[in-house]
Design a protein around this ligand. Structure first.
Ligand code: ATP
Length: 368
């Protein structure tokens, strides 16, 4: 029998999804999704529950066939290549370790399946155990390990055979906050060390921003925006992306004037000036400003541009930052987050001015 061709043996693969669609009965779980995943990239699929992230990951893995579109790897059409021949590494939320196999036997498993020599397996398992910090635990069964240790075994097992792509589906959602942060560091380090293409699914914004070279944001089966963490956070193209990635103030503008790279409009009785980063937007738009880009002062800043009269409703001390909730003259809510050390506290019901630099505000469509 001819040997089946194994894909995924290269160091890192490049993947291209072209107009992928997926329907389950009458339900469209993915709609016309096109996305390029670069060689050695750490791409995170981010979105709320049910947005289609796992469905897309399963299509990448070869476990689910797309209803429409093609999937390319390193220029080759792999849409119909079965999962076992794609040979990608995988890490899931439930560790999916073999309970009756020890740590080293679990890590050795994919190498044995691939017919590697005993000496090669021994060397590689040793390397992986060291790489994920499990020296001394080699002979233990998974039940004797903590959640974080089990997830380390799962990572070591998935990377042992040097896959060209590692797929991770919410791998840390069962772990507590501290352990989760430790594992995030670990995954980031493993990505840098291996140079493999990582595709990571999460619904946690801060995890996505902390880990990824690029983030792809999903909602209702659509890919809304893909970009570097700072691009999607600072220059979201629509309201869903802006609001999903963190708190944001949205101020409806009247009398919007678009002029090349800049825009100006009226909010209450003040003129708001913004960078016009999205040329599609207009003529009805809102000004969007993140709370940490605003400052509170007794008088208007920025020569009177982008300064709104407000009253302090509430201040919450959060350690490094203090979070203020303010109301404008017409009752609109504004949130401002300021470094605690740099700011004298503003009293409850104090009349203040909220300001921000022109380049920190951007336009978003009026509709979500
Ligand atoms: P979560 O974060 O909750 O895992 P997700 O973004 O990964 O969500 P998917 O698991 O991809 O979302 O599901 C997308 C939509 O497709 C959901 O509405 C889900 O109910 C539906 N769906 C997924 N798999 C199937 C299936 N096999 N049959 C029918 N519907 C499905």
């Amino acid at each position: 029998m001819p040997q089946r061709m194994q894909l995924g043996d290269a160091k890192a693969a490049e993947i291209k999804a072209v107009s992928i669609g997926k329907t389950f009965g009458a339900f469209r779980a993915l709609k016309d999704l096109s996305l390029d995943i670069g060689r050695g990239e750490f791409l995170t699929l981010l979105g709320p529950s049910g947005s289609g992230k796992t469905t897309f990951l399963m299509i990448l893995a070869g476990f689910t066939a797309p209803s429409e579109g093609r999937l390319m790897m390193d220029g080759r059409d792999i849409t119909d290549v079965p999962a076992e021949d794609r040979s990608y590494g995988m890490v899931f939320q439930g560790y999916a370790l073999f309970p009756h196999l020890t740590v080293e036997q679990n890590i050795a498993f994919p190498l044995k399946v691939r017919g590697r020599s005993a000496a090669d397996i021994k060397r590689r398992v040793g390397e992986m155990v060291e790489r994920v910090g499990l020296i001394g635990h080699e002979k233990k069964l998974p039940a004797k390990l903590s959640g974080g240790q089990q997830q380390r075994v799962a990572l070591a097992r998935a990377l042992a055979f040097e896959p060209s792509v590692l797929l991770l589906d919410e791998p840390f959602s069962a772990l507590d906050k501290n352990l989760r942060e430790m594992m995030q560091e670990e995954v980031k380090r493993l990505h840098q060390e291996t140079g493999t293409t990582f595709v990571f699914v999460t619904h946690d914004q801060s995890e996505a921003l902390a880990l990824s070279s690029r983030v792809a944001i999903f909602n209702h089966g659509e890919l809304l925006q893909v970009g570097r963490p700072q691009d999607v956070y600072e220059r979201p193209e629509n309201r869903f992306v802006a609001e999903f990635l963190g708190e944001i103030n949205l101020l409806p503008l009247d009398a919007l004037r678009l002029d090349g790279d800049s825009a100006a409009g009226q909010f209450e009785d003040r003129t708001i000036v913004l960078a016009r980063t999205n040329p599609q937007i207009g003529p009805k738009a809102v000004a969007a400003v993140r709370p940490e880009h605003m400052t509170i002062a007794a008088a208007p800043q920025n020569a009177g541009h982008n300064a709104i009269a407000c009253r302090v409703e509430d201040a919450t001390y959060l350690g490094a930052v203090t979070r203020y909730h303010l109301k404008t003259r017409t009752g609109a809510s504004i949130a401002v987050s300021m470094p605690t050390v740099a700011t004298p506290p503003f009293a409850h019901r104090a009349d203040v001015w909220v300001s921000w630099p022109v380049e920190q505000g951007f336009l978003l469509p009026h509709q979500t």
